[in-house]
Design a protein around this ligand. Structure first.
Ligand code: G1P
Length: 288
């Protein structure tokens, strides 16, 4: 069970924070964004992480490796709790792969860059900009839904957004329900509100069949001049079913400042160790 994490984006919306540091390493409370998403993948049973990185992203590789000097110092000082925080997030050796997207040609191209690492099996795709706060996590809910459908299906997490925001996302058309999921009848990347088939948007979690790679191989650029995953999914939908799942939980678009700040508040409030004190601080700030 493999999952792809595209982490090659430039993060220009967070400059200057992302001048020397990848946006995926921005922290929500005390875990980098990418760690939250990897946690969600592990919870869903993912065993192998595939990162599609770019230049200036080597800190992400370091994050998923041992930090030997730090471990030594913490051991010498008897800091057991801190050592556990490190060992808890260390993947087993040989279960993480990195490949580089050499040019920023779009999400579809980033996914295609992972084709040899994925091989001929279904895989999960998680966009680290999006956090979903819920237990069980969004991907676990999708895998459960997929298991109740026919074999060789593709499943996308979707959510309702206000009509004035649909142009920022991939949008799906809604067909018949099947258990918790529904048949996707249409997919459009970044449509005008007037041309969107619904206000259900693709939320950054996908379960895809490997045939998508054959299509991506020759996929032409689409919206924004980028090779779009959604366009390749439209082509794949001619031969394989696509289902949508309205997942439980709140999503945060951490690619935007407001979403990122809101995620920090939501995840901070949820924490048993700091939540109550943090709530007091927020209430003071709001003048309550
Ligand atoms: C990508 C996908 C889009 C999806 C979105 C979710 O767009 O192309 O279909 O709705 O992620 O965040 P991007 O945010 O990279 O423009």
């Amino acid at each position: 069970r493999k999952a792809i994490f595209p982490v090659a984006g430039l993060g220009t919306r967070f400059l200057p924070a992302t001048k020397a540091m990848p946006k995926e390493m921005l922290t929500v409370v005390d875990r980098p964004l990418i760690q939250h998403v990897v946690d969600e993948a592990y919870e869903a049973g993912i065993e192998h992480l595939i990162f599609v990185t770019g230049r200036n992203k080597s800190v992400i590789e370091d994050h998923f490796d041992r930090q030997f000097e730090l471990e030594l110092t913490l051991t010498e000082r008897g800091k057991k709790t801190e050592l556990t925080l490190l060992s808890d997030v260390l993947p087993e050796a040989g279960t993480v792969s990195f490949t580089r997207q050499q040019s920023p040609l779009g999400l579809g191209h980033a996914v295609w860059c992972a084709r040899e690492l994925v091989g001929h099996e279904p895989f999960a795709l998680l966009l680290p900009d999006v956090l979903v706060q819920h237990k069980p996590g969004c991907l676990a809910q999708m895998i459960e839904a997929a298991n109740s459908l026919e074999t060789k299906v593709n499943v996308l997490a979707v959510e309702e957004v206000p009509t004035e925001r649909v142009h920022m996302y991939g949008v799906v058309g809604v067909g018949e329900s099947k258990g918790k999921a529904f048949k996707i009848t249409k997919m459009v990347e970044k449509p005008k509100a007037s041309e969107a088939p619904s206000n259900l948007t693709i939320t950054g979690r996908y379960i895809l069949q490997p045939e998508i790679f054959d299509i991506l191989q020759t996929q032409a650029a689409g919206a924004g001049g980028e090779i779009q995953l959604t366009d390749a999914m439209v082509a794949l939908a001619k031969t394989q079913p696509f289902y949508g799942l309205k997942f439980s939980g709140r999503s945060f678009d951490c690619g935007s400042k407001i979403g990122f700040l809101a995620a920090n508040v939501a995840y901070g409030l949820e924490r048993s160790d700091i939540g109550p004190e943090f709530r007091g601080e927020i209430e003071r700030l709001l003048g309550k």
